[in-house]
Ligand binder design. Structure first.
Ligand SMILES: NC(=O)C1=CN([C@@H]2O[C@H](COP(=O)(O)OP(=O)(O)OC[C@H]3O[C@@H](n4cnc5c(N)ncnc54)[C@H](OP(=O)(O)O)[C@@H]3O)[C@@H](O)[C@H]2O)C=CC1
Ligand SMILES: CC[C@](O)(C(C)=O)C(=O)O
Ligand SMILES: [Mg+2]
Ligand SMILES: [Mg+2]
Length: 337
C-alpha cells in the first residue's frame, strides 16, 4: 500500500501564518512547536494554568502565556500538547466551550480521539500533526535547518481545508523538510503506541538493562558493560539511521555480523514476537488506553513506582559517572535540547 508523502513545496506556510495558534502545554512537544511556529512567522500564544511550572520558561523564551481557556478563546487553531492523560479534562473545561465555527482542534498524538476520550463537535476541523521524534529534537532539527518527519491525519474536515492547514502547520515546525506522511488517527495511535512500547522505549530499555545485568552479574566491570550495551548502541543505531541495517552490517566486523545473524534471533525469538503481537492486541482493543487512564485517575501509583525503580537501576549511576567525562555527551537540556 503506497502512502502520500508531502515535502516543503507541497505545503503553503501562509495558511498557518494567517491563523492564531494556541499551543496548550509547554513540555517536550509544546515548546518545540511553539518556538518553531513563532520563528516561522506564526502568531502563537501558550495556554498554561496559573501556577504552572512551565510558565516562567515560556515567558523567558519570549512567548505570551495565558490560561488554556483564554488561549482557546483567542485562537482559531488549538493544538493540545499537554500529557495525553490530562487532555480530557483540559478539553472539557477549557477548550470545548470555545469551539466556535471555523476553528480547528489539533493533536500531536491520536490517543484521545482514537479511544473516544474526546469527542469534538462537528463544526470544527479535527487534525493531527505528529512528529516522529522527541520534542527536543524536533526543535533542535528545526534550528539546524533540518526537520523531524511528521504524520498528519484529518479526523473531521468541517472547513474543507483541514489537510492544507495541517500541512502548513507541519511546515511551520520543519516537518515538510524531512517528509510528512498522511495517515489516520487510528493508524498513528496504534503504531505509535506499539513502537514506543515494544521497540523504541520499552523494548530498547529492557534490552540495554538486561544486557548490562548479564555482563555485570558475570563479573565484568560496570563501566565496560555500560559502553558495550548503552553508549555504543547510539553509534550502531546512527549507522542504521543513515543507511539502514545493511549499512550497519557493512561497517561492523565480519565477526560482529556473523554473531548478529546467528545470535540476534535467539534473543528476539518467536516468543518475543508472540509477546509483541499480544502487546499490539492490547493496544488495538483499547485495553492499554483503559489501563493508562485508570492508572492516572488513581494518582499514578504504579507509574511512580516504576519511575523510581528505573532511576535506581545500577546502569544509571555508572552512566552518570562516565558521561561526566564526555562533555559532548553530558549536556543539559536547553531550548533547542
Ligand atoms: N514527548 C514527545 O516527544 C512526543 C509527544 N507526542 C504527543 O504530544 C503530546 C504532548 O506530549 P509531551 O510533549 O510529551 O507532554 P509533556 O509531558 O512534556 O507536557 C507537559 C506540559 O503540559 C503542561 N500541562 C500539564 N497539565 C496541563 C494542563 N492541565 N493544562 C495545560 N497544560 C498542562 C505541563 O505544565 P507544568 O509544567 O505546569 O506541568 C507542561 O508544560 C502528547 O499527546 C504526546 O503523546 C507526540 C510525539 C512525541
Ligand atoms: C517514542 C516515544 C514517542 O512516541 C515519541 C517521542 O515519538 C512519545 O510518545 O514520546
Ligand atoms: Mg512517537
Ligand atoms: Mg508516543
Amino acid at each position: 500500500m503506497s502512502v502520500e508523502i508531502f515535502y516543503d513545496d507541497d505545503a503553503d506556510l501562509s495558511v498557518i501564518q494567517g491563523r492564531k495558534v494556541a499551543v496548550i502545554g509547554y513540555g517536550s512537544q509544546g515548546h518545540a512547536h511553539a518556538l518553531s511556529l513563532r520563528d516561522s512567522g506564526v502568531d502563537v500564544r501558550i495556554g498554561l494554568p496559573e501556577g504552572s511550572k512551565s510558565r516562567p520558561k515560556a515567558e523567558e523564551q519570549g512567548l505570551r502565556v495565558v490560561t488554556p481557556a483564554e488561549a482557546a478563546a483567542e485562537a482559531d487553531v488549538i493544538m493540545i500538547l499537554a500529557p495525553d492523560t490530562a487532555q480530557r479534562s483540559i478539553y472539557t473545561e477549557s477548550i470545548e466551550p470555545h469551539l466556535t465555527d471555523g476553528k480547528a482542534l489539533f493533536f500531536g498524538h491520536g490517543l484521545n480521539i482514537r479511544f473516544g476520550l474526546i469527542t469534538p463537535p462537528s463544526n470544527v476541523d479535527v487534525a493531527m500533526v505528529a512528529p516522529k521524534g522527541p520534542g527536543h529534537l524536533v526543535r533542535r532539527q528545526y534550528v539546524d535547518g533540518k526537520g523531524v518527519p511528521c504524520l498528519i491525519a484529518v479526523e473531521q474536515d468541517a472547513s474543507g481545508g483541514a489537510q492544507a492547514l495541517a500541512l502548513s502547520y507541519a511546515k511551520g515546525i520543519g516537518g515538510t523538510r524531512a517528509g510528512v506522511i498522511k495517515t489516520t488517527f487510528k493508524e498513528e495511535t496504534e503504531t505509535d503506541l506499539f513502537g514506543e512500547q515494544a521497540v523504541l522505549c520499552g523494548g530498547a530499555s529492557a534490552l540495554v538493562q538486561t544486557g548490562f545485568e548479564v555482563l555485570t552479574e558475570a563479573g565484568y566491570a560496570p563501566e565496560v558493560a555500560y559502553f558495550e550495551c548503552l553508549h555504543e548502541l547510539k553509534l550502531i543505531v546512527d549507522l542504521m539511521y543513515e543507511g539502514g541495517i545493511a549499512r550497519m552490517r557493512y561497517s561492523v566486523s565480519d565477526t560482529a555480523e556473523y554473531g548478529d545473524y546467528t545470535r540476534g534471533p535467539r534473543v528476539i525469538n518467536d516468543q518475543v514476537k508472540a509477546e509483541m503481537k499480544r502487546i499490539l492486541g492490547e493496544i488495538q482493543s483499547g485495553e492499554f488506553a483503559r489501563e493508562l487512564v485508570a492508572e492516572d485517575d488513581n494518582g499514578r501509583p504504579n507509574f511512580q513506582k516504576f519511575r523510581e525503580q528505573g532511576a535506581q537501576h545500577p546502569i544509571e549511576e555508572t552512566g552518570r559517572k562516565l558521561r561526566g567525562m564526555m562533555s559532548w555527551v553530558d549536556r543539559p537540556l536547553t531550548d533547542t535540547a
